[in-house]
Each structure stands twice: as structure tokens, then as C-alpha cells.
Design a protein around this ligand. Structure first.
Ligand code: 13P
Ligand code: SF4
Length: 319
């Protein structure tokens, strides 16, 4: 539509004017992902977003995603201005892990190394020994396990359970979940496999164990896109937020992609497999943030210093 075109032109002009770069997650709107690509920004998983923002020389980072991604960018680049289309975009994992309760939990288990998922507040990160994203969580836990460390993991119990099962590490799990991935149902995927037996199943490990058990490949958003390319199958059933289809289909135009069903009867619920907070990012509020400097992320200096250590461990971690 013409209004979108006008917004896109405005955003491009404002990005240049402010020496700003757009860093977008794969779950944001197609138009935002495309704009990030066209303007020299990045479309990526949460680890790559953090790396890209930290290395880029822009004065302003515009982070299209959810709150923890903006906070991570600010913690890693305090000298940059970090803007988000809206500060309301949170995450059920972040909400489900309030710092006071989490801190008390850590205090009860002083013998455990505290590893938190990136989908947490700056305050929770500040209490952690390590931050990880889904793309390196297994590798980091394997590394800690080899050193004989016992783990306290938060907040995603499904991802935590998956890592525990894969590595055999001693992990105490916080009881949190992603409201989007938790909706995928094994029964629906099995039924779809019945119709398309040659289809491969790609699953984000924030999904329940019964769903991950059906996966040909389980991994972060970037890892799933890579797998879509590398697998020989020409049909793929994908259990993650449907925002990923924009990039994935670009990478494999010749393949047929199916959304994994979110209901046991095999029907696809179109509103389920899309994160309501990611969906708050739009061209309008993105333009508004750049125009007005609204949606700026601030992180308390002391908190920032504490959260930086576990985040840097993640960025410096080599397999
Ligand atoms: P990744 O992009 O790191 O796989 O994380 C998914 C996610 O939870 C973003 O909301
Ligand atoms: Fe959080 Fe799930 Fe939304 Fe990702 S998709 S931001 S984990 S609620």
C-alpha cells in the first residue's frame, strides 16, 4: 500500500539522518525484515542480533524485536542510543521470571552455576554467571558439565529440559515457558506427517518435549533456516513463530513450508503461532521512534556492569 511505501521512505531517510541501523528478529513483520535487509541492517536470531549491534559503528541501533533484545544491545553498547518501536514488547519468559523471586531461588542453591536464557530482564542477567541463547545453549552447558558444574537454569523449562536430555547435565529448572511455542501439539504434527510422510520436521526447542521428540532438527531460528536449506526434503513442517517463514521461504523458494499445527485436531490456528509482542513492531511505530527519539532503552549503570559479564562470556564463548 501507498502508506507503507511512504513510511518505508521516511524510515530510510531517518536511518541515514541519525546514522542509525535497523536490527530485526526473524519473528517481526515481513516489511520490517525486508527493510532491515535493504538498509544494511540485519535480520537474525537473538545471538546474531547481539553480535551485530555490538560490532556496528552506527550511533543509533533500532532494535525491532522484544524488550530483552533492546536491553542486551544497550548493555553491550552503552555509548550508542538504542531505540525500539515500542517498549511494550515483552516476552512471557521475561514476565515469568521476576528478579526478586529468581534471586531468592539462586540464594537457595549457591552451589549451582546460574545460566539464564537471553529472554530475561537486565536485572535477571545481572544475577547470572552465564547468559545463553538457544543457538549456543547446548554447547555452553556441555562445557560447564565437563568442568563438573551443576546448573541452575532459567526461565524456559522446555529449552532447559531439552538441554538436560541432550547433555545429561545436572540442571535445576525454573518453571517458565514461551506462550507461542507451548501451543504446538505433537498430535497435529503427527497427523500432518501422515499426509506428508516425506516432510522433515523443524522445531524450536522452546516447544514442549513431545514436539521436540518429533524433530528432524531442533535449533534456534537461524539454525532452523540453515537446516531448511541443507535438508534434502522438499517439504518442511516448521514449529516456531510464523514470522520465520519470510526468510526461510526466501532461502528455499522451491520447497513447500507448512506451519506446525497448534491444535491437537491438526487444524492450524493462525493467531497462535505468532508472538503478540513481536507483532507490536510495525512500520508506524518504527518511524515514530526514529522521528521522535521515543522508545529509548536505558539500563541502570550498576546493573549494566553486572549484566555485562555473563553476556560477554556468551559472546566470547568458543566451542
Ligand atoms: P532465537 O532467535 O535465538 O532462536 O530465539 C527465539 C526467541 O525466543 C525470540 O523470541
Ligand atoms: Fe518470548 Fe516466545 Fe515471544 Fe520469543 S516468541 S519473544 S520466547 S513469548
Amino acid at each position: 500500500p501507498a502508506e507503507d511505501e511512504a513510511r518505508i521512505d521516511e524510515i530510510k531517510r531517518l536511518l541515514e539522518l541519525h546514522n542509525a541501523v535497523l536490527v530485526a528478529h526473524y519473528y517481526t513483520d515481513d516489511a520490517i525484515q525486508q527493510l532491515a535487509e535493504e538498509t544494511g541492517g540485519c535480520v537474525a536470531d537473538s545471538l546474531e542480533m547481539a553480535r551485530f549491534g555490538a560490532r556496528h559503528e552506527a550511533d543509533t541501533l533500532v532494535v525491532a524485536g522484544v524488550r530483552f533484545m533492546g536491553e542486551t544491545a544497550k548493555i553491550l553498547s552503552p555509548e550508542k542510543r538504542v531505540l525500539m518501536p515500542t517498549l511494550e514488547a515483552t516476552c512471557s519468559l521475561d514476565i515469568g521470571c521476576p528478579v526478586d523471586e529468581f534471586s531468592a531461588f539462586c540464594d537457595q542453591h549457591p552451589d549451582r552455576t546460574v545460566v539464564v536464557y537471553a529472554n530475561t530482564s537486565a536485572a535477571v542477567k545481572a544475577r547470572a554467571d552465564w547468559v545463553v541463547t538457544s543457538s549456543i545453549a547446548v554447547d555452553v552447558i556441555e562445557h560447564l558439565q565437563a568442568r563438573g558444574e551443576k546448573i541452575l537454569w532459567a526461565p524456559d523449562k522446555h529449552l532447559g529440559g531439552y538441554i538436560q536430555q541432550k547433555t545429561g547435565a545436572d540442571m535445576l529448572l525454573w518453571d517458565g515457558a514461551c506462550i507461542v511455542h507451548e501451543e504446538f501439539k505433537a498430535k497435529g504434527i503427527e497427523d500432518l506427517k501422515g499426509v506428508y510422510p516425506d516432510a522433515a520436521v523443524l522445531v524450536h526447542p522452546e516447544s514442549p518435549a513431545s514436539v521436540v521428540a518429533l524433530a528432524d532438527v531442533a535449533g534456534s531460528t537461524s539454525q532452523l533456516i540453515k537446516a531448511a536449506k541443507e535438508l534434502p526434503n522438499d517439504k518442511l513442517i516448521v514449529a516456531t513463530d510464523r514470522g520465520i517463514f519470510f526468510k526461510m521461504q526466501q532461502m528455499v523458494p522451491e520447497k513447500t513450508l507448512f506451519e506446525a499445527p497448534t491444535a491437537g485436531n491438526g487444524a492450524t490456528c493462525r493467531s497462535c503461532a505468532h508472538c503478540p509482542w513481536m507483532a507490536m513492531n510495525a512500520l508506524d511505530n518504527l518511524a515514530g521512534a526514529l522521528r521522535e527519539g521515543s522508545g529509548e532503552i536505558f539500563v541502570d549503570a550498576e546493573l549494566r556492569q553486572k549484566a555485562l559479564t555473563p553476556l560477554e562470556r556468551m559472546l566470547n564463548f568458543q566451542r
